[in-house]
Design a protein around this ligand. Structure first.
Ligand code: ADP
Length: 510
């Protein structure tokens, strides 16, 4: 279709010369114009009413990969025959028909390039200016693909979050701006959390310390600490006043999130509502406390009456009946120990375990313990090694409780062995008592747990030995109250050694 001749729009008309070398340039002022056009960054094509290219600047040569000799004077749709089904063709024809300039961006497959093109129709034909926008488009497409990838990963992450049983929040480092969270967070707090401007505000209503009821400061929260220190914070409980005015206890775990250069860029916190669990534990503790108190009175009565009856029967020469009462007495003693342990556990829970503060001669204390244990044990030889020079300050009865428990364990968890060794050693600032047995041992994973309340190693060998998992918990608490510590080394099938260190000069309860 030839171009129509009617427009006030900008146009450039350049005379054609020979197509060899520079000879296609017209003489006169046009020469300067041509030089100027060649210097432009934009490609310029001038096309006449018969779709013949009458001029193209140097930039245009580079853009389409054709020399002026190849294109000037030719019908552009013949040279670019494969461009007839892209916007170039339709837009150029439309601009001509409507006599209106056009602006569009299009991809031209044969050259693998994006063009930003403007078309200006005029009575003499059309002028096309074009820029190669491939680099920008590729960058944009790359960014879009990246953005899309981020968005779809975020959506996937959100989906995972939504499936989680508890609440999850991700906050930006260092400001603490909350980036993501799930519905469960709001369900737990009964309070709109997301979008929440920052961790700081989040913390203001996040909770109170369980032990003293003080509000949690923003920099103290597990998430803020994980972001600030890079450490993982595990299982911390806080009380929280929910949006509806009720109280709950939440358990928080927090961890930092790092980029590939190891910089902390965010933090994640998981939130579990442990209110019911805590209430249940509290009720269990109360039950233990009441039950152990209630057990003590009848046990004491039974014990006193048994002793009385035994003495009476012995006086009457009824030794056989008296022996049966001895068995009753032994079992009542076991019951007494059990009730006492239960009582101690509930006192520890309530922070009410009493301690006396006296000078304790550890040589005498350990000698008594070992001698008494030796009198009872028919299976093991218990040897005490070493002596110390100085006394410690503490509660002798409570320390006896610790070492009796360790020694009883050493004997009962080494049924195939014949010996238990007890070592007493003194260092500059502390006394260490080591209790070594040659029994079944404790696996590495279990060693960290055996000091927990009611914890028992749950393999067949250990469970064949009677016990309730209270002794080490009580022992650990007593030793800690003396400012000391208790540790264990053990090898399965070879034996176990417990080490109790007690410092000189520390007051009980410090
Ligand atoms: P228990 O009444 O069950 O003995 P403890 O609190 O004294 O309770 O000990 C906790 C657990 O630690 C025991 O159930 C046992 O599995 C393990 N344990 C303690 N002492 C030893 C030991 N000397 N050798 C092997 N296992 C031990």
């Amino acid at each position: 279709m030839p171009l129509t001749h009617d427009s006030n729009l900008p146009s450039i008309h350049i005379s054609m010369g020979e197509q060899d070398g520079q000879s296609w340039l017209a003489p006169g002022p046009e020469k300067q114009i041509i030089a100027l056009l060649d210097a432009l960054n934009d490609s310029i094509f001038v096309i006449d009413t018969h779709w013949r290219c009458t001029y193209m600047n140097q930039t245009a040569e580079a853009l389409v990969g054709k020399t002026r000799a190849e294109l000037v004077g030719k019908n552009v749709w013949e040279v670019f025959s494969d461009a007839t089904n892209i916007p170039f063709y339709t837009e150029m024809h439309r601009a001509v028909q409507e006599k209106k300039p056009a602006h569009f961006e299009t991809f031209y497959q044969p050259l693998g390039k994006w063009f930003d093109a403007r078309i200006f129709p005029s009575p003499e034909g059309i002028t096309v200016t074009a820029q190669d926008t491939t680099e920008r488009r590729v960058t944009e497409e790359h960014q879009q693909a990246l953005q899309h990838q981020i968005e779809s990963e975020q959506a996937r992450l959100q989906e995972v979050f939504n499936q989680m049983p508890g609440g999850v929040v991700i906050a930006e480092a260092p400001g603490g701006k909350i980036l993501m969270g799930n519905q469960q967070v709001e369900d737990i707090f009964r309070h709109p959390v997301l979008p929440s401007p920052s961790l700081h505000e989040y913390n203001e209503w996040a909770g109170f310390h369980l032990d003293n009821g003080e509000p949690v400061k923003s920099e103290e929260s597990p998430l803020a600490r994980a972001i600030a220190t890079g450490e993982v914070v595990r299982g911390e409980d806080y009380e929280y006043l929910r949006g509806d005015g009720t109280c709950c206890v939440i358990r928080l775990n927090a961890a930092p999130i790092r980029d590939t250069q190891d910089n902390i860029i965010a933090g994640v916190v998981t939130i579990t509502d442990v209110t019911e669990q805590r209430e249940l534990e509290q009720r269990k503790d109360e039950f233990i406390s009441i039950a152990s108190h209630e057990l003590k009175t009848p046990i004491t009565t039974i014990k006193a009456l048994t002793q009385l009856l035994k003495r009476k029967l012995e006086r009457q020469g009824l030794t056989e009946s008296a022996a049966s009462l001895t068995k009753i007495e032994t079992n009542v003693n076991k019951l007494t120990r059990l009730a006492n342990d239960l009582l101690d556990v509930s006192k520890i829970q309530a922070g009410r375990l009493d301690y006396a503060e006296k000078s304790v001669d550890m040589n005498a204390l350990m000698r008594d313990i070992v001698e008494t244990a030796q009198q009872i044990s028919t299976t093991h030889t218990i040897s005490l090694h070493g002596m110390v020079q100085k006394n410690i300050i503490g509660d002798g009865d409570r320390l006896t409780q610790v070492f009796v428990n360790l020694l009883t364990n050493a004997i009962k968890y080494s049924p195939q062995a014949n010996n238990v060794d007890v070592f007493l050693a003194e260092e500059e600032d502390k006394i260490t008592v080591s209790m070594q047995d040659y029994g079944m041992g404790i696996s590495k994973e279990e060693q960290a747990k055996i000091f927990d309340r009611f914890y028992r190693v749950s393999d067949e060998k250990h469970l064949s030995v009677p016990g309730l998992g209270m002794g080490l918990y009580i022992a650990c608490e007593i030793v800690k109250r003396h400012g000391g510590d208790i540790t264990v080394t053990s090898e399965e099938g070879k034996g176990t050694t417990f080490f109790v260190s007690l410092p000189f000069g520390t007051h009980v309860g410090v």
